[in-house]
Unconditional design. Structure first.
Length: 304
């Protein structure tokens, strides 16, 4: 009996998740989010490709992705678009009362969580594919750093810097580096959406948006320079400030250069991913608990 009920619950979870995705073509927020994501990639990659054209050398196909989303501000900007995508969590429509009668709240909430996870993954994949598409006319597929990367890394241009040091490039390859960058960006995005989900259930939709904005603001402000000024640290303590910022800021955990590559005390990439995963699981568990006390409002329901 329990096994049959479990299968029924799983079937209903996937059915409700599929129902949420079926509304994408009628939801202008979805189209707007992905359109803005494309524009964001185009703007962030523009300077990098201009530099490649200046040097008249191609780039490795994943280098624009690495340079773009290996930067804290770019990761933050990409995560801000998720506010548009998930601002109305939990997703209540005219079919919600029917489903709440037909199934349990926990099953309905599980479908919401699965939808949020899959949507965030699709959004991240879209950004990565957009970066590859934009870079394709000037890119090659070989797993070796380009001359453009070396030129920028050695500082031949003052207004552009590769967010991976020359020493790091000597220790890794573009493919491996790109995988790390993508996973860090994905887990940070999942972390932001999990925070929004919990706050939306507890404080309303405005609470989720404000919470996500505050977390991003905290990450942007928690830099070694600001840390030194606030706590009046001398120049000799800049390394310690850098390490503290690397550990204390979720945004720095999502930034590739702010990690330990064998020669400092910054968090390792696997540690950052495990921390993100642990916090995400805790937040999603809390959201399952919050749904039991959530008061649904169906007076003004928007099908979109």
């Amino acid at each position: 009996m329990k096994k049959t009920q479990f299968k029924t619950d799983i079937h209903q979870i996937f059915l409700l998740t599929k129902r949420n995705f079926s509304d994408w073509d009628k939801n202008p927020r979805i189209w707007m989010t992905f359109a803005l994501g494309f524009v964001l990639c185009l703007m962030l990659t523009n300077q990098i490709l201009e530099q490649a054209q200046t040097f008249q050398t191609p780039v490795q196909m994943f280098e624009p992705l690495i340079w773009t989303f290996g930067d804290a501000q770019s990761v933050m900007l990409s995560s801000l678009l998720l506010l548009l995508l998930f601002a109305d969590m939990p997703f209540v429509n005219q079919m919600t009362p029917y489903w709440l009668i037909r199934t349990k709240r926990s099953v309905w909430m599980a479908s919401q969580i699965l939808y949020v996870i899959l949507s965030t993954c699709l959004y991240t994949v879209f950004l990565c594919l957009t970066e590859l598409l934009i870079a394709s006319p000037w890119a090659y597929v070989g797993n070796v750093w380009s001359q453009t990367a070396a030129s920028i890394g050695y500082g031949s241009n003052n207004h552009l810097t590769v967010p991976v040091s020359i020493k790091t490039m000597e220790m890794t390859t573009p493919y491996k580096c790109a995988i790390c960058v993508v996973f860090l960006m994905l887990f940070y995005s999942l972390f932001i959406t999990s925070v929004m989900l919990v706050l939306n259930l507890q404080k309303g939709r405005a609470g989720g948006v404000v919470g996500a904005l505050l977390i991003n603001l905290y990450g942007i402000l928690l830099t070694p320079d600001i840390f030194q000024k606030v706590f009046h640290l001398g120049s000799g303590l800049s390394y310690r400030a850098n390490v503290l910022c690397g550990w204390l800021s979720p945004l720095n955990h999502a930034t590739f250069p702010m990690h330990n590559f064998g020669y400092d005390y910054l968090p390792q990439i696997k540690i950052s991913i495990l921390l993100f995963l642990a916090v995400i699981c805790i937040l999603l568990f809390i959201s399952r608990k919050c749904i039991k006390r959530y008061n649904f409002t169906f007076s003004q329901v928007d099908e979109s």
